[in-house]
Design a protein around this ligand. Structure first.
Ligand SMILES: [Mg+2]
Length: 147
């Protein structure tokens, strides 16, 4: 049973072209936070920290990490902090080689959000293969069994 979700930020919740969250991102997070412990893990530096703060999404997450590079340990730290098992975690993101690969490595449920640039991305190896594919926020909620 999924109890927690780690979201990617850029191109999953946030549109870097318009520099605002995608339409429906806030509603998605508001829905999910009622049921799940929510984490946000993003790559980047100081400017990304500021972008997350200004996005209006920050306050809805229980855990935020901005890292140079995503790896398994970043996800394991989240599990340890809240005392969850890997199979109780869903990882949602647009980048197969990053959050999906890391999520797979630790045994989390992986959901590839392929609504945007990721549409041209292909699963190139078994480790990058997501368990679920979501083409909309509605899909994400369906996969997580949220109505
Ligand atoms: Mg991304």
């Amino acid at each position: 049973m999924i109890k927690a979700i780690i979201f990617d930020f850029n191109r999953t919740l946030f549109d870097p072209l318009r520099n605002v969250p995608f339409t429906g991102a806030l509603e998605l997070i508001l829905n999910l936070k009622k049921i799940f412990r929510l984490g946000l893990v993003s790559t980047g530096g100081e400017s990304r920290v500021a972008t997350i703060s200004e996005s209006g999404l920050r306050e809805h997450f229980d855990y935020i990490r901005v890292v140079e590079q995503k790896n398994e340990q970043v996800f394991l730290d989240f599990l340890k902090r809240f005392n969850f098992e890997p199979q109780e975690l869903a990882v949602v993101g647009d980048y197969l080689g990053d959050e999906i690969a890391c999520g797979n490595k630790i045994g989390a449920v992986t959901i590839w959000y392929k609504e945007w640039a990721a549409l041209t991305m292909k699963v190139e190896n078994e480790g990058h293969k997501p368990q679920f594919i979501a083409e909309s926020y509605k899909d994400i909620q369906k996969i997580l069994s949220v109505k």
